[in-house]
Design a protein around this ligand. Structure first.
Ligand code: 8IG
Length: 280
């Protein structure tokens, strides 16, 4: 990334954004990053008008499992163009933070001024049950990384010293609670993974003020705020965090929790996207 022959990562995302709008034939108004437990809900949001696979866009990494690459799909929700980002890139796959945020940067530079960043995660707050949706109020970036580090972005992009006060838009959080007044709000701790935590680490995170714990979201939120997009963060609790239930954590259980929550997740997300469309 520091090789001067390479474009700056934000310029690379600008190239990808141009290609994306050309292929889609339209610019997105809203982007949604679909995390684990959320992908199954896509069919409840709408029928894609067009889809572009990551392989056809510059700067997107090849799939880690052949034939299981990511894609960007455009769906309409009440007249608003919503870009669904399917196939999140994680730091634990060995990617640089700039690669992790490349799909979202591409979506924002193509026109998405509002982004919904979703994830599946562990619940630390004992009030949360498996299958529950939680709106993010704030985060703890415990990855030790930043997507705005490295060479400075060229003009006219903002300086790298990104303000993260109200990183998760108070207006969008209020709008989500209009759709479902019972939605809880919590603080998400983003760690590198891919291992889950020890019970001692969960006790530490609780002391630090975390309600939720996962391996994504925080870098994307920082990159989105740097480019001026408004962020709504949403978590699906797919398991109690380590040491909380007396049971071991299993990936299969996490996948099953996502499947079971498909309808409630899809309906909530559709309701929120319709509210955003009505505002725009
Ligand atoms: I799904 O309990 C999911 N992702 N770090 N801890 C962390 N990430 C997760 C967890 C969890 N559950």
């Amino acid at each position: 990334m520091s090789d001067s022959a390479e474009p700056h990562p934000i310029v690379a995302a600008e190239h990808a954004a141009r290609r994306l709008t050309d292929v889609l034939g339209a610019a997105p108004d809203v982007a949604v990053v679909l995390g684990s437990g959320w992908a199954d809900a896509v069919s409840l949001i709408g029928t894609p008008l067009s889809t572009v696979s990551y392989e056809d866009l510059p700067g997107f990494p090849p799939p880690s499992v052949p034939g299981h690459g990511g894609a960007l799909s455009l769906v309409q929700v009440d007249g608003s163009n919503v870009l669904l980002i399917q196939g999140r890139i994680h730091m634990y796959e060995g990617h640089d933070p700039h690669v992790v945020v490349h799909p979202l940067r591409t979506a924002i530079l193509a026109g998405s001024e509002t982004v919904v960043i979703t994830n599946g995660c562990g619940g630390i707050n004992p009030d949360y049950g498996v299958g529950q949706l939680v709106v993010l109020r704030d985060h703890l970036n415990l990855t030790g990384k930043s997507p705005v580090g490295g060479p400075a972005a060229p003009d006219p992009y903002p300086i790298r010293f990104t303000d993260l006060t109200d990183a998760y838009s108070p207006a969008l959080r209020a709008l989500a609670r209009e759709v479902d007044p019972d939605l809880a709000e919590g603080v998400y701790a983003g760690l590198g993974g891919p291992h889950y935590e020890t019970p001692a680490e969960i006790a530490m995170l609780r002391t630090l003020g975390a309600d939720l714990v996962g391996m994504s979201t925080v870098l994307e939120t920082i990159a989105a705020r740097h480019l001026g997009a408004e962020v709504l963060g949403m978590s699906l609790v797919t398991n109690a965090a380590a040491g909380m239930s007396g049971e071991a954590l299993s990936h299969d259980e996490v996948v099953e929790a996502g499947r079971a929550a498909r309808t409630s997740v899809g309906e909530r997300l559709h309701g929120i996207l319709a509210k955003i469309a009505a505002q725009n």
